[in-house]
Write a protein that binds this ligand. Sequence first.
Ligand SMILES: [Zn+2]
Length: 322
Amino acid sequence: MDEFYKEPLSKGAVKYYEKVRDLIQYCNYDQSYDGSEVIWLWGQQAELGEVLADNKVPDKYIDEVASHMSCNGCGCEDFDRYSTIGLIDLIDKEVQDKIEKANKKYKKHIEKLLEYINSYPSLALNNPVAKAIHKEISNSKVPECTIENVTVYRCRMPEGNKTFSFKEIHAPEVGISNAGRYNHFGQSVLYVSSYPETAVTEVSGESKGDIKIWMQKYTIKKIGKILDLTSDWEGFLKLSTIFTAIINNRILEQTSPGNTSTWKPEYLFTIFISDCAKSCGYNGIKYPAIKGVGENYVFFDPLNKEIVPAEPPPTHRFQIQS
Ligand SMILES: [Zn+2]
């Protein structure tokens, strides 16, 4: 008989098998090895027979069900009740459940809010989800951070042979700027990036190849009460349900094709968040960079004395990938 041949599942075992068939996330073959010794990296280690018993598979069916299981990681099908398997990590499971719950509860409502805010930007607070967001920010339910001794960067594209001063690279004064991700038309705020490369991509637009660019480096000595809208995977567990849905669905990172239009609906929601933050006493927002790595920051007061420029702004050459 073919060694891979398996007897079909008996009628009694089928319903138990259906419940547990996706349980094995990883197996021995997905791990790392030091010689013949397995170094367990992936999944919560467990013995298959025990996991099946925990999942209410009667003992008389465990051998049969185990032999029909396969691994989601590598597809292998070589299991018995004594096999060591990797279950989904508890934290991963918790995060996945949270995201699923958040999407179920808020995803559609957030889409409705985006439509509403598109038509009536200044009436956003009429929308129940917008109201809830404002309430969470005002009750300090959203993570915040202090930025201390952090180096950040800001760039400007060259204009011929003109030498830019610090003032010309720094935040435009009131009445100069276009609407930005976290500012209304003409408001003066300072945007900076945590990495020089990200600061370059923020201004380089369609430019490609070797470009000379003006770059101002700053040290942020200490600025507290910064709304933190970045989150790593485990960070979702610290977020409220609404902000889990917002950040997981990348609502803060919307873009629109072509940037010549003065109508920027992709910024209306983030500008609303920034109004909420500012009105609740926050000094700025930390948010995920869209075009590069790391984070960006917006500071609501560009003249804050804790923002210390390295003088004078030098030019740098950068290679912009297409
Ligand atoms: Zn496997």
